[in-house]
Design a protein around this ligand. Structure first.
Ligand SMILES: Nc1nc2c(c(=O)[nH]1)N[C@H]1C(S)=C(S)[C@@H](COP(=O)(O)OP(=O)(O)OC[C@H]3O[C@@H](n4cnc5c(=O)[nH]c(N)nc54)[C@H](O)[C@@H]3O)O[C@H]1N2
Ligand SMILES: Nc1nc2c(c(=O)[nH]1)N[C@H]1C(S)=C(S)[C@@H](COP(=O)(O)OP(=O)(O)OC[C@H]3O[C@@H](n4cnc5c(=O)[nH]c(N)nc54)[C@H](O)[C@@H]3O)O[C@H]1N2
Ligand code: SF4
Ligand SMILES: [Mo]
Length: 747
């Protein structure tokens, strides 16, 4: 790949620190930090600091830091880890560039300009916290606690979220990890097998691995990838269902080039075929199935031919997939997926996946779905207080839930609609903590209007990402390399070895720089100012970690002695709980007005001249949060748009052409990206990496790099059972040199 580094980025690269010294010095004297970790001189202060936990993404690998005189010079996986081991991914390694990023937030800031067009004034912590406490109290007094909305994400957002939810009493909390990510998966499995599935598949021992839209290798979670690769090394066959030739499709035995949005039809026809041919786990279903007959009857119409037509794939390929699964059952890993907020018909698809796992008898068996449990630790946090009234936006006037299978919190759209209409009540305060709702939630303009109408917006972040432009008060948090916080527990990823469990707690690798503070300090100080002094559960973050470790008979000191990770014997994960059942036909779902048998609901097709916009992970970035990381930016500075090569030819486009986009609502991309022509994508869709195209000029490396996929996702589709946001029903045309280029329909 041609890196095309700008001079500034070139000089900033740490691996080129020797040449860069004069500039690094200049940056250092200007801002107090430098992008070069090698500024630390001499080797007398060399240390390996254990107990770190990565948070360049949410997988949270265990790490150690090599430091010199309290300055981090290198990150590595913790050799004691039975999770990620000594491995970190590219993003994990590049954490050092977040730590010392000169663009990072350093001091509390007050916006003396406008929301969205801020002018920042540095203020003291006291002034900032006074303002937060005063404004949030004003909103609470005038509109009630429900007038405060919270958009949290990440390990530091739990403590403040519990404060606002349990103690202050607002239900209006919307976590990106639920409503725009995996919430549907969790509640669909809950409604089928009684527990959220996580990503607990025993891939190392599988004979077949089945991925529906999961694209491992681009989606990178270290121990998960290790488990997948071990499965493939052990000879597992791989089936990948994806409209695009993804990194996983490239390793597959069968690549199902499915028409976007039709996966449920595909799954139902596999199950119908297996039932018809008697190729399913009859005894297993007899014992654990509930409502199987109604289910079998209900999906009868889904012949291979019907699904083939709907999904635009050969019927014989569906049969091939079904036979491969049945011939290797029950040792098949049907992966439950992770980002599943796709089309607004997703709850039904996730239920279908759980049912398919059941039909193959692949729960609690080698190579199947195996919910290994980690050890118990404490969960001390803010206590629930009595709150006078319920203000659940999810309840309608007949006291029924709009979205009965919603994950914890309130569906994002219900919060945004209430904020914009003032009905059933106004929402005038907003606390954003570790989430970037501008680039995470569809319809950017709507989010901006929501933020504009607030009386007060506060934001706690580490980087000046786009959402921070909308804050009145912007507070700088310490990064994951400078703080204590979450306790990470789990089991080793490969169950074919010993059964072991681990407990680790995030510990700082280096002391914090500038005036950054941690979540307990910030939350407590706001709580104190709001009059909740008596409710504060812990004084410091260390106290919180100690108390939670104590429940497991551990302490910070003990963990330090054990190189940051305590390992104990685990339990056999294959033991099935006594009350296990698979609910094929779910009467409760039907009673709430939705299909009780997994049902295919067709999605809207691209209008003439448009292609569907698909998006996903790139291996070296995490959403938008890593866009300013100089190493990661150098590795993948932009997000080329995948375009079918035959279409490209007809459109007069070639590899590397600079293009922009316009969507079905006339919304234009703010920036451009390059074209990547390939036979590896269908003709009814295009694809780009998510998280690019930052608008905040304070992100000096990431600003304007590539195109922001979210800016083009303006049509909102809600998954009715859960209230989560479907995001893939948006359609685009290309623009080049001021002209619009239609997508040809038939090539
Ligand atoms: N268009 C589109 N939208 C999507 C997705 C998609 O693929 N396409 N993916 C969806 C998925 S799967 C998810 S999980 C969500 C993710 O959604 P978000 O969590 O909103 O994603 P990020 O872009 O990582 O934004 C997180 C914010 O947290 C900040 N941050 C990072 N570290 C810290 C920290 O230690 N403390 C604090 N306080 N802040 C920190 C970052 O700087 C950033 O501003 O997005 C969803 N939305
Ligand atoms: N490097 C990296 N890794 C990450 C993250 C990251 O930011 N960076 N984020 C993590 C998080 S929070 C999550 S949730 C996961 C998300 O990772 P995944 O759950 O794997 O999901 P996406 O990246 O959203 O998936 C995009 C894939 O779905 C395909 N697809 C699109 N439409 C359809 C369809 O209709 N049917 C089918 N079968 N496939 C379709 C796309 O072509 C693409 O290959 O990644 C995690 N891992
Ligand atoms: S997968 Fe990579 S970015 Fe995510 S926690 Fe692990 S090392 Fe960090
Ligand atoms: Mo996610």
């Amino acid at each position: 790949m041609a890196f095309n580094l700008t001079r500034r980025k070139f000089l900033q690269s740490a691996s080129l620190a020797a040449v860069a010294l004069p500039l690094s010095k200049a940056i250092a004297s200007e801002s107090g930090v430098t992008r070069s970790p090698f500024e630390a001189k001499g080797s007398s202060g060399d240390k390996t600091v254990t107990g770190g936990i990565c948070e360049m993404c949410f997988w949270r690998c265990q790490l150690v830091g090599k430091t010199r005189n309290d300055r981090l010079v290198k990150l590595e996986g913790n050799p004691k880890s039975i999770d990620n081991g000594t491995s970190l991914c590219a993003r994990g390694n590049a954490g050092i560039k977040l730590l010392y990023d000169p663009d990072r937030l350093k001091y509390p800031l007050k916006n003396v300009g406008k929301r969205g067009a801020p002018k920042w004034k540095r203020i003291s912590w006291d002034e900032a916290l006074d303002e937060c406490g005063k404004k949030l109290n004003m909103i609470k007094d005038k509109y009630g606690p429900q007038g405060i909305s919270v958009f949290p994400h990440g390990s530091t957002a739990k403590y403040p979220m519990h404060f606002f939810e349990r103690t202050v009493g607002t239900p209006n909390i919307s976590e990106a990890s639920f409503f725009q990510c995996r919430g549907i998966r969790d509640t669909a499995y809950l409604a089928t097998i009684g527990i959220p599935p996580g990503e607990k598949v025993d891939m190392p021992n599988a004979k077949v691995i089945f991925l529906l839209g999961g694209h491992f290798g681009e989606n990178v979670h270290v121990s998960h990838i290790k488990s997948y690769m071990k499965g493939l090394q052990n000879g597992a066959k791989l089936i990948v269902v994806d409209p695009r030739y993804s990194a996983s499709a490239a390793k597959s035995d069968i690549w199902v080039k499915i028409k976007p949005g039709t996966d449920t039809a595909f799954l139902l026809s596999i199950m119908q075929y297996l039932i018809e041919k008697g190729k399913y786990a009859v005894d297993f279903i007899d014992e654990y199935g509930d409502g199987f007959e109604e289910f079998a009857e209900g999906i009868k119409g889904w012949t291979l031919d019907k699904a083939a037509k709907e999904c635009d794939i050969p019927a014989k390929q569906i049969k091939e997939v079904a036979d491969m699964l049945a011939d290797n059952a029950p040792n098949v890993s049907i992966h439950p997926g992770r980002h599943v907020s796709w089309y607004g018909n997703d709850f039904q698809r996730q239920r279908s996946l759980a049912c398919l796992t059941g039909i193959l008898g692949a729960f609690y068996v080698k190579g199947g779905w195996v919910p290994a449990k980690g050890p118990k630790v404490g969960k001390i946090s803010w206590k629930h207080k009595e709150h006078e009234e319920e203000h659940n936006l999810n309840v309608n006037s007949d006291d029924e839930l709009y979205h009965p299978y919603t994950p914890p919190g309130t569906p994002t759209e219900l919060i945004r609609d209430a904020a914009l209409t003032g009905k059933p009540y106004p929402i005038k305060g907003c606390v954003i903590w570790g989430q970037n709702p501008i680039q995470t939630i569809p319809d950017q303009e709507k989010m901006k209007q929501v933020l504009k109408q607030m009386d007060f917006v506060m934001c706690v972040d580490v980087m000046p990402t786009d959402v921070t432009m909308w804050a009145d008060i912007l507070l700088p948090e310490v990064s994951y390399l400078e703080r204590y916080d979450l306790i990470k527990t789990g089991t080793q990823w490969d169950f074919s070895e010993k059964h072991q469990q681990y407990i680790s707690a995030r510990m700082p690798i280096v002391p914090p720089l500038f005036e950054r503070k941690d979540q307990v300090y910030i939350t407590n100080e706001i709580a104190r100012r709001m009059g909740y002094q008596e409710d504060i559960p812990v004084k410091t973050i260390e106290e919180l970690v100690e108390k939670n470790l104590k429940v497991a008979g551990l302490s910070i000191e003990q963990l330090k002695k054990e190189d940051g990770i305590h390992i104990r014997e685990g339990k056999d994960p294959y033991t099935m709980p006594e009350d296990f059942e698979i609910i094929f036909y779910n009467e409760d779902i039907e009673d709430s007005g939705f299909p009780g048998i997994p049902t295919y609901i067709p999605v809207e097709q691209p209008p003439e001249g448009f292609a569907r916009l698909l998006y996903g992970r790139v291996p070296v970035h995490t959403f938008n949060r890593s866009q300013n990381n100089v190493w990661l930016n150098a590795a993948m500075p932009t997000n080329p748009v995948w375009l079918n090569d035959a279409l490209a030819k007809k459109m007069g486009l070639k590899d590397g052409d600079e293009v922009g986009f316009i969507n079905q609502d006339g919304i234009k991309s703010r920036t451009t990206t390059t074209v990547k022509t390939t036979p590896g994508i269908r003709k009814d869709c295009v694809y780009m990496g998510h998280g690019y195209g930052s608008a905040n000029p304070l992100m000096s490396v990431g600003v304007g790099a590539g195109v922001d996929d979210t800016s083009l996702i303006t049509k909102i589709t809600i998954d009715p059972e859960t209230g989560c946001n479907g995001m893939r029903n948006n359609f685009i045309k290309f623009t080049k040199d001021g002209k619009t280029i239609d997508i040809p329909t038939a090539v």
